[in-house]
Design a protein around this ligand. Structure first.
Ligand code: PLP
Length: 234
């Protein structure tokens, strides 16, 4: 059952993402889908691998550890999208291909140190806070220019762009405003000489708005894998 349902969901999401691109006058090839497999077990990921997916978003390092162990030998890129504690840097440096939730200097420091030890580099996106909720993580946009400057001291972190979570709201204009803010922060920082090709924004409930505002990547969990058992904090 998993495989057929997953294939149908995946095709449906790809179709909707493509439609949102066309509606926004954008090339569908310019928007990547990051399947978010958090809370789903290794067997679900295995079924997704069979569909040709190979990159998965997770928000807990322990889950990456468990799934990576269960799926060892498979070529999988694990992408950290959740709030990251500094004491998880070692596992991240060992297991992740990318971190989209970089939001503070001590985390950059810890990751860089562990990456140097592993002799590898990591793609990172800086998570910017665009939502007004207290519970949402992310660097305040005003601190972004200075933060990007500081990240130049950590050569094993390859800064590729920005990530955000929009506010939870029934009002599409409020959600779109979050995505627009991220795009504007990027424009500002690019004008200051930073290379930030990627904008990761939009989830199952709001990806068409994010695509209209310039997302290059949407992070989709529920629409691909189904409802999660327990609510998961962002
Ligand atoms: C869970 C999660 C997603 C995916 O959310 P859905 O609504 O299930 O698509 C995207 N981004 C982050 C940071 C998440 O934690």
């Amino acid at each position: 059952m998993i495989g057929a349902q997953l294939a149908a969901n995946w095709a449906d999401v790809r179709r909707k993402v493509d439609a949102a691109c066309r509606a926004a006058g954008r090339d569908p090839a310019a928007v990547t889908i990051l399947p978010v497999s958090k809370t789903f077990d290794a067997e679900v990921v295995r079924a997704a691998l069979a569909l040709g997916l190979c990159r998965f978003g997770e928000n807990r390092v322990q889950e990456i550890r468990d799934k990576a162990a269960a799926l060892s030998g498979q070529a999988i890129e694990w992408v950290v999208i959740g709030h990251l504690q500094t004491n998880k840097a070692k596992d991240v440096a060992r297991l992740a291909s990318e971190v989209q939730s970089l939001d503070r200097l001590d985390l950059a420091q810890a990751l860089d140190r562990r990456l140097q030890a592993e002799g590898r580099c990591l793609d990172v996106l800086v998570q910017v806070k665009t939502a007004r909720e207290e519970t949402k993580y992310g660097l305040p946009g005003e601190q972004l220019p200075r933060f990007l400057q500081q990240l130049r001291d950590y050569p094993s972190l390859r800064v590729r762009g920005l990530m955000t979570l929009a506010t939870l709201s029934q009002d599409p204009s409020e959600v779109a405003a979050c995505f627009r803010q991220l795009r504007q922060w990027r424009e500002r920082c690019v004008a200051e000489g930073h290379d930030l090709p990627r904008l990761s924004m939009g989830m199952s409930g709001d990806f068409p708005l994010a695509i209209a505002e310039g997302a290059t990547e949407v992070r989709i969990g529920t629409a691909i894998f189904g409802r999660r058992e327990q609510p998961v904090a962002h």
